[in-house]
Design a protein around this ligand. Structure first.
Ligand code: 13P
Length: 275
């Protein structure tokens, strides 16, 4: 199947009141593991390429991998650029065949975010590529970038933003954070509900690793349609490697990593599908 754009799979999730997983990809075994989980559950999947992978010089290589995976996949696959704050990088991603891009201007002034988001939407939509934007910078370490500001999204900014920016998905800060939470996250569901009630585009929850199952389910009930998970998959990969590292069978070690990622992804998909 050819790559699918983000809007199409999030429209599908809206119909079924579920959320689509956005899994960050870094390597072949991990990508194979999470594709196995998605196909077994017949769930569309978003393969996200983040800034850490790009800094490692893997943007084109991982994009090729995702396109190849999509061609033979039985489920819709979106190739998504995660957390880009560079117009040039977004143009490059479109050239590499990404079907979705995220412009993240949430760390700067609201007016700049609004203007640049509009600019990205114009360029991406002209190429048939979906756009995710962000309001209320997400706390924690996000692929190497650290945000220190409080991240509860300002509802007046949401209102003003969605009146002007025709993006396909909107990530909002509601107390979520990237990486591993030091204590149980305190998500502001009333704020999320308010975003939904004002008719925001498909809502996105970043920092999906470590959010308790009941909170994920509640967020989906309110209207979250895309949930990003990176850290838990990376930890699962390492756990798989460690469990088999004493073996001299190289491919057995890689298979253990792949299986560990598959199991973690399958568990997230089960929750996101409301099962
Ligand atoms: P986690 O690493 O906390 O799962 O967050 C992933 C994410 O939101 C990527 O954009």
């Amino acid at each position: 199947m050819a790559l699918t754009d983000l809007k199409t799979v999030l429209d599908m999730a809206e119909q079924t009141k579920t959320a689509i997983p956005a899994f960050n990809i870094d390597s072949i075994p991990a990508t194979e593991g999470l594709m196995e989980a998605a196909e077994a559950a017949e769930c569309p999947v978003i393969l996200a390429i983040g800034q850490a992978a790009i800094k490692e010089g893997r943007m084109a290589y991982l994009a090729d991998l995702a396109r190849r995976v999509a061609e033979s996949s039985r489920v819709p696959v979106v190739l998504h650029l995660d957390h880009s704050s560079s117009y040039e990088q977004i143009v490059r991603a479109i050239g590499l065949g990404f079907s979705s891009v995220m412009y993240d201007g949430s760390h700067g002034a609201f007016e700049d975010n609004l203007r640049e988001s509009k600019n990205v939407v114009r360029t991406a939509h002209a190429a048939g590529v979906s756009v995710e934007c962000e309001l209320g910078a997400i706390l924690g370490v996000e692929d190497g970038m650290k945000h220190e500001r409080p991240n509860l999204v300002d509802l007046n900014e949401v209102r003003a933003f969605i009146a002007e920016v025709d993006c396909d998905a909107l990530a909002v800060g509601i107390g979520n954070a990237h990486g591993i939470y030091k204590s149980t996250p305190n998500l502001d569901f009333d704020r999320l509900q308010a975003c939904r009630d004002m008719g925001a585009p498909h809502l996105v929850l970043h920092g999906g690793s470590g959010i308790p199952e009941d909170m994920l389910r509640r967020a989906i009930t309110i209207g979250i349609r895309k949930i990003n998970v990176a850290t838990e998959l990376r930890l699962a990969y390492l756990e798989g490697l460690r469990s088999a590292i004493t073996s001299d069978d190289f491919y057995a070690v890689l298979r253990a990593a792949r299986e560990s990622v598959r199991a973690t992804a399958a568990d997230k998909i089960r929750i996101f599908q409301g099962r």
